[in-house]
Every structure is written in structure tokens, then in C-alpha cells.
Design a binder for this molecule. Structure first.
Ligand code: FES
Length: 186
């Protein structure tokens, strides 16, 4: 399968956030990290799909088509099998977020705690237009400067301290806009 057949026409792969992430490239470090993970699954290296995708997203910000093809080749799978995983799990992205990516929990406790209003306020604060956001093809909305992005997430497992957000890999409870402004400068 060629890379071009992997492209989802509904997903724009260009965002202003791209400037904050290195372009995908297969470095000796990436190869060695990936081989290390694959070695944990001697019976079935296809079980390393999730670990490899996490490595790629952590290093490059998102899972590009090139990265999908590389993971597929490492695991002797068809690229479509990798793409199925990427599109199944909401935690994987097909385009670059901002330098500071805010995931706002919208499940019941956080919804009652004002997560929809919090999302609106964050968009105003960061200059983000969410009108074209949709949960399947375009969940992440990026500011024009590329520094900030937002996305709704499902329960982040701290329902008693709603509303709850993740900023990149850091967890925040009882969130307000001031807290997020500060978190997105650190
Ligand atoms: S509902 Fe938001 S953390 Fe559970």
C-alpha cells in the first residue's frame, strides 16, 4: 500500500503547531528504542503497536503517514492495520497539536463542574477557533500562533476534583482559566 492511500481527506495534516515538533525521521535512537520495545514481545511483535505509536507521538507530536508506514514495516504489518489503531484510540493524533496541548475532561462530573464553559474560556484566552472541531476527524484545535491547542477528553479519573485537564503530560484538578494560563507558560 502506498502512503498516499493512507491519507484521510477529512484531516488536515498541516497545523501551526508543527513548528514546535521535529519532523519525523528514523534516527538510530528511535530504532534502538523501538527495537527495545519489540524485544518485550518475542512471541508476537505485533503486540508492540501501541508502545511504538506512543514513542512516535511523544517524540514527534503526532503520528504522520510516514510514521504509520515505518511502524508497519517494523512490525511486518500492513500500514492500514496501524492506521486502524491510530484512528481507534482518541489519545493518538494525526496532526500536530500546539506546544501546550490542553485536554479538557467533558465526562459527567467535569461537565457538571463547568468543562464546556472552561473550554469556551480557554479558546477565548488562547485565540482558538473550535468551529471546525469534530470528535472523529478533527478533535484538536490549534491557535494560529501554534503555541496552544485544546481537545475534549473523556474521564481522566479524578471525578471528585472536577473540572480536570491534562496539559501535555501534566495533570491539573479544579481547573480555572488562570491555572491553565500559568500551566501553558511553564
Ligand atoms: S468526569 Fe472528569 S475526571 Fe472523571
Amino acid at each position: 500500500m502506498s502512503d498516499s492511500t493512507l491519507a484521510d481527506p477529512d484531516v488536515s495534516h498541516e497545523t501551526p503547531g508543527q513548528q514546535f515538533f521535529p519532523p519525523f525521521s528514523v534516527t538510530p535512537e528511535l530504532e534502538s528504542e523501538a527495537n527495545g520495545r519489540i524485544s518485550h514481545y518475542p512471541e508476537s511483535k505485533r503486540s508492540a503497536v501501541l508502545p511504538l505509536l506512543h514513542i512516535v507521538q511523544h517524540k514527534f507530536g503526532f503520528i504522520s503517514e510516514e510514521a504509520v508506514s515505518w511502524v508497519a514495516a517494523k512490525l511486518d504489518l500492513e500500514p492500514i492495520k496501524i492506521l486502524e489503531v491510530v484512528t481507534f484510540y482518541p489519545g493518538f493524533r494525526q496532526y500536530a497539536p500546539g506546544k501546550y496541548h490542553v485536554r479538557v475532561c467533558r465526562t459527567l462530573s467535569c461537565a457538571l463542574g463547568g468543562s464546556a464553559e472552561l473550554m469556551e474560556d480557554l479558546c477565548k484566552e488562547f485565540g482558538i477557533d473550535r468551529t471546525s472541531a469534530d470528535p472523529h476527524h478533527h478533535p484538536v484545535s490549534v491557535s494560529p500562533c501554534g503555541k496552544f491547542s485544546v481537545e475534549f477528553a473523556e474521564c481522566l479519573a479524578s471525578c471528585g476534583t472536577a473540572p480536570v485537564c491534562l496539559v501535555n503530560d501534566d495533570f491539573y484538578e479544579a481547573v480555572d482559566v488562570g491555572m491553565m494560563k500559568k500551566a501553558c507558560q511553564e
